[in-house]
Write a protein that binds this ligand. Structure first.
Ligand code: UD1
Ligand code: CA
Length: 456
């Protein structure tokens, strides 16, 4: 039977103490809800329905452009009520899998295991063994192991409170029975809510089979209700990512000190020193070495390249055998060809840097095309901005720019040109010749140092 996934995300999340809706808080650089949506897609469902309520507009806006159906639950009258709202858009007869927008670590693999073998079940619950089950619904089983009820904490007897097997909230309901079971829910309980968990009771009353799959990795079903839990989930997520990287052969100097806020793809023999942050989609080729305290965002770094400490690289394409940093700032639109070098305290932006070219120290190169084999001396600045518009600097192959030079754009340095140190270049320079702008050096004759006046 085709599958419809329902993600419950209408709750307010009061305990986050934040103006931002709970499911939009970030874990590893993306909203909690996005993690659940991404896991959902991996199951190839027929449809994904997201139930929203608090800050519905913000949530919808954040998820715009994705293939999702949104249902607004105006009043949060319980998880059962939330699911009942979906029947309007739900493809008739589909099996249903209910997920929570604030349970972000759930893996597609666990869900697949749970969905397998549900052929004769009306309901299958993803449960877990809680060390401290306080607050969770408890799974009540018959002697034959079938589930006969889920009892909410507030409605549980003393004996039931002793049960450790707990409800993660994630639940499969067969398409043959879903509508009928959900329509029978009422709110006759301590919280006066429509509990989704009561479908179990109704199924059992109708002689249907209910089972529970125990989730071995309890971290996957952790919910986020406050900032402490969010930090915990973040740290567990980080550990999992670090382990994945190490399994792929990456040398991490300390797996507790790496942050991956997105997707990091790695080649073989990659080394990453401590306190590096990877944001968005980052690709590292074979034998890439990243030194301590680097921040790399949405960039590709080619094989055998080395990034030295304290370097920031954002939206850049770095070729092979390139060396960058320490203390470099590589800004969006930088394309660095093989064997190039960007040294300390160098900033680049919208710059193409050709094969083997070097910008070793203290320079700003923006809106520039730099050819092959170019050497840009320390303290060179492309003056690309007149306060209103930006202009381009073109530096052709094999140019040598002396230290302390300003290149006032638009300007072009033709192939093989040399610019003398300390020049302010405002016009194009010819190929293979020395150009410089410099006041003549002079020494003043008969000059003597001033002497301090005597105090009266
Ligand atoms: C629920 C389960 C409980 C389980 C626990 C796991 C029920 C009745 N209880 O309890 O057995 O152990 O989760 O964490 O289902 N939501 C809506 N609309 C509503 C109510 C809730 O969208 O009207 C959403 C919330 O935003 C949240 C999720 O459903 O993402 C769970 O709701 P919550 O109120 O936290 O359920 P619990 O009482 O914790
Ligand atoms: Ca909860």
């Amino acid at each position: 039977m085709p599958l419809s996934i329902i993600i419950l995300a209408a709750g307010q999340g009061t305990r986050m103490k934040s103006s931002r809706p709970k499911v939009l808080h970030h874990l590893a650089g993306k909203p909690l809800l996005q993690h659940v949506v991404d896991a959902s897609h991996r199951l190839n469902p027929d449809q994904i329905i997201v139930v929203i309520g608090h800050h519905a507009d913000q949530v919808r806006e954040q998820m715009v452009g994705q293939k999702l159906d949104f249902i607004i639950q105006h009043e949060q009258q319980g998880t059962g009520h939330a699911v009942a709202q979906c029947f309007g858009v739900l493809n008739q007869g589909n099996d249903i899998l209910v997920l929570y927008g604030d349970v972000p670590m759930i893996s597609p693999m666990t869900l697949e295991v749970m969905l397998k073998d549900t052929s004769d079940d009306a309901i299958n619950i993803l449960s877990f063994i809680a060390e401290n089950p306080t607050g969770y619904g408890r799974i009540v089983r018959h002697e034959n192991d079938n589930v006969i009820a889920i009892v909410e904490e507030k409605d549980a007897s003393q004996e039931q409170k002793g049960i450790q097997e707990s409800n993660s909230g994630i639940m499969y309901i067969s398409g043959n029975h879903a509508r009928n079971l959900v329509e029978r829910l009422d709110n006759n309980n301590t919280q006066e809510e429509f509990y989704l968990t009561d479908v179990v009771k109704h199924a059992v009353d109708s002689g249907l089979k209910v089972s529970a799959t125990i989730c071995e990795d309890t971290e996957e079903v952790l919910g986020v209700n406050n900032q402490t839990q969010l930090a915990k989930v973040e740290s567990l997520f980080r550990q999992k990512q670090a382990i994945k990287l190490m399994d792929a052969g990456v040398k991490l100097y300390d797996p507790n000190r790496i942050d991956i806020r997105g997707c990091l793809q790695v080649g073989s023999d990659v080394e990453i020193d401590i306190n590096c942050v990877f944001i968005g989609d980052v690709v590292l080729g074979d034998h890439v070495k990243i030194a301590a305290n680097c921040i790399i965002e949405n960039s590709t770094i080619g094989s055998f390249s080395q990034i030295f400490p304290m370097t920031s690289i954002d939206t850049a394409f770095i070729g092979e055998k390139v060396s960058i940093g320490p203390f470099a700032r590589v800004r969006p639109g930088t394309q660095c060809a093989d064997g190039a070098k960007i040294g300390n305290f160098v900033e680049t932006k919208k710059a193409q840097i050709g094969e083997g070219s070097k910008i070793n120290h203290l320079s700003y190169v923006g809106d520039a095309e730099v050819g092959k084999g170019v050497n840009i001396g320390a303290g060179t600045i492309t003056c690309n901005y007149d306060g209103v518009n930006k202009f381009k600097t073109i530096i052709e192959d094999d140019v040598f720019v002396g230290s302390g030079t300003q290149l006032v754009a638009p300007v072009k340095l033709a192939r093989g040109a040399t610019v003398g140190a300390g020049s302010t270049i405002t016009r194009d320079t010819p190929a293979d010749q020395l150009t410089l702008t410099r006041a003549k050096q002079l020494t003043v004759a008969k000059w003597s140092k001033p002497v301090r006046k005597k105090q009266e």
